[in-house]
Design a protein around this ligand. Structure first.
Ligand SMILES: NC(=O)C1=CN([C@@H]2O[C@H](COP(=O)(O)OP(=O)(O)OC[C@H]3O[C@@H](n4cnc5c(N)ncnc54)[C@H](O)[C@@H]3O)[C@@H](O)[C@H]2O)C=CC1
Ligand SMILES: O=C(O)C(=O)CO
Length: 312
């Protein structure tokens, strides 16, 4: 079995070695321009079109959870990957735990008013504030898939009212499930902390806009952990100014790296991280990919296949 690997920034040598260890007998190589030799599987992130074009592969593995960039490249170059070649993405592989850490720590930061205390500290003001009540702190998670459900699971023991919104209804203990476009408004009404973990598709791009933000409770918070294109940044800034929103925690941006002139940098109530909410953990990813390849080779069922029509 031949495996080709391409990632613009990862430590390729580590991956090649780890894949060889996990799949003894496989031949694994870094793909370089001009390499047209046959391969069975391709492991990629932001691959050049020529790497995949015309290849008769058994499967392609995206080295991340979101496949929006590869699907948009496929739209521009439909011959890059034949329709019958399955595309897989990473399911969790340690990202769930990272999203849990991120979301829980930020929710508690807001709930315990550390944002307010930080602002008071900068003015040298000693001023105990009124506690927030859990019942006024409903958390709504947009997207209840692999990562959204993990985040919900980690928040559940803290006792906040929890709800999620997804395409189809979920049955997660202690979490109110809203499904489909018709239930987006009821989901938003009363939500105090909105956490976005949707995939980037034609249906979700720009979803966090003025109309959506206006339906949240007053003094709400937004955490965008999915993709920058979900959020209309100008509408977020306006909602912060109007008082509709109290704060935002952003990991992803309309343009990455975020340009220095973006007003988000200087905004006192916008906290930011540079697209690090959950990164690919090599050892866990290799073991998921090796397991999936082994199952595929044995004709067994696997999970993680992207539905290219649906867009995620
Ligand atoms: N900031 C970061 O570091 C990272 C961001 N991500 C982002 O997180 C996203 C989510 O990842 P997973 O949970 O693994 O995806 P998933 O595919 O398991 O879950 C997606 C969820 O969104 C829902 N959904 C999709 N379209 C919808 C629509 N039109 N209306 C209502 N619900 C809809 C689905 O029903 C599902 O519940 C990824 O696509 C990626 O963009 C992923 C990893 C790291
Ligand atoms: O895996 C993904 O989709 C990411 O965004 C990694 O940071």
């Amino acid at each position: 079995m031949d495996i080709i690997f391409y990632h613009p920034t990862f430590d390729t040598q580590y991956w090649l070695k780890a894949l060889l260890t996990a799949l003894p007998g496989a031949r694994v190589r870094e793909w370089k321009r001009g390499d047209n030799q046959p391969a069975d599987y391709a492991l990629v992130w932001h691959p050049p079109v020529e790497m995949l074009q015309g290849r008769d592969l058994k499967a392609v593995f995206a080295l991340g959870a979101g496949v929006d960039s590869i699907l948009s490249k496929l739209k521009a170059h439909p011959d890059m990957l034949a329709d019958n070649i399955p595309l897989f993405r990473l399911e969790d592989t340690g990202m769930g735990e990272q999203m849990q850490e991120y979301a829980v720590s930020q929710v508690l930061h807001w709930f315990r008013r550390f944002d307010d205390y930080q602002a008071l500290k900068q003015q040298a003001r000693w001023e105990p504030l009124t506690d927030y009540q859990r019942e006024d702190f409903t958390i709504g998670i947009l997207g209840a898939g692999v990562l959204g459900s993990k985040v919900a699971e980690a928040l559940a023991p803290w006792g906040f009212p929890l709800r999620c919104w997804s395409r189809t209804r979920k049955d997660y203990p202690g979490i109110t499930s809203f499904a489909g476009a018709d239930e987006l408004s009821p989901f938003l009404q009363g939500t105090r902390v909105l956490i976005n973990l949707l995939p980037n598709t034609a249906e979700t791009v720009g979803i966090i806009n003025r109309g959506l933000l206006n339906q949240l409770a007053d003094n709400s918070y937004v955490m965008n952990l999915a993709r920058g294109v979900h959020l209309v940044e100008a509408d977020l800034l306006k909602a912060l100014e109007s008082g509709k929103l109290k704060g935002a925690m952003l990991d992803v941006y309309s343009k990455e790296p975020l340009p220095p002139e973006s007003p988000l940098w200087a905004h006192p109530r916008v906290a930011m991280t540079p697209h690090v909410a959950a990164v690919t953990r090599p050892a866990e990813a290799v073991s998921y990919i090796a397991r999936t390849i082994t199952h595929l080779e044995q004709g067994e069922s696997v999970t993680g296949r992207v539905d290219r029509q649906r867009g995620y």
